[in-house]
Design a protein around this ligand. Structure first.
Ligand code: SF4
Length: 189
């Protein structure tokens, strides 16, 4: 390295002679920092999504490379969040890609002491059977005066604050169609 290169590698020299007199930008940047490229630059495509954590529903850009999520950032086009994510939303890539995330359906039978893995279609069938069974067992056609009820007391729904408008709409529609009348949300409790 010549004397000139050595001088230019010195941040104070760059600060005094370059376009960054306060030393808070290019003057303080190391060669390694200059060589870094954001993961967003090499993504194959960007998928629009919504942060799953809370009811604010901040919009997210999900960056995908080789069919893997490589980064999640705020979507500046969102009128709700205008590109911002709180620290929790900014960390949602970990929710998607974290090695501790359970990827398989686990089932523990009544009185069982061990979890067993199920394939998703089997688990969905089991859920559907239980819903129909509870609906039937809790069904009330008429009250003691003969008034029409046509409802089930065997089902209730308690939504969480992470549900967005569209999910709440579908949940309300589904449970009302099933005859449930106890449909609540954590946000009202
Ligand atoms: S980024 Fe934060 S404020 Fe926005 S939806 Fe997610 S958790 Fe809520």
């Amino acid at each position: 390295m010549g004397v000139g290169d050595w001088l230019r590698s010195w941040p104070v020299y760059r600060q005094l002679t370059g376009a960054d007199p306060l030393g808070r930008g290019s003057a303080a940047q190391s060669a390694r920092s200059r060589s870094l490229v954001p993961r967003t630059a090499s993504a194959d495509r960007v998928v629009h999504s919504v942060c799953p954590y809370c009811a604010v529903g901040c919009a997210q850009n999900v960056y995908v490379k080789d069919e893997q999520v490589v980064q999640i950032e705020g979507n500046p086009d969102s009128p709700i969040s205008r590109g911002r994510l709180c620290p929790k939303g900014s960390a949602s890539k970990q929710l998607v890609t974290g090695p501790q995330r359970v990827q398989k359906v686990l089932y523990r039978a009544p009185y069982g002491t061990q979890w067993q893995e199920l394939d998703l279609p089997t688990a969905m069938d089991m859920v559907a059977e239980r819903v129909l069974d509870a609906r039937r067992k809790g069904w009330q056609d008429r009250d003691e005066h003969g008034n029409t009820l046509r409802r089930t007391m065997g089902l209730a729904s308690l939504g969480g604050a992470t549900l967005d408008n569209e999910e709440n709409f579908l949940i309300k529609k589904l449970f009302t169609a099933l005859g449930a009348i106890q449909i609540e949300n954590q946000a009202r409790i």
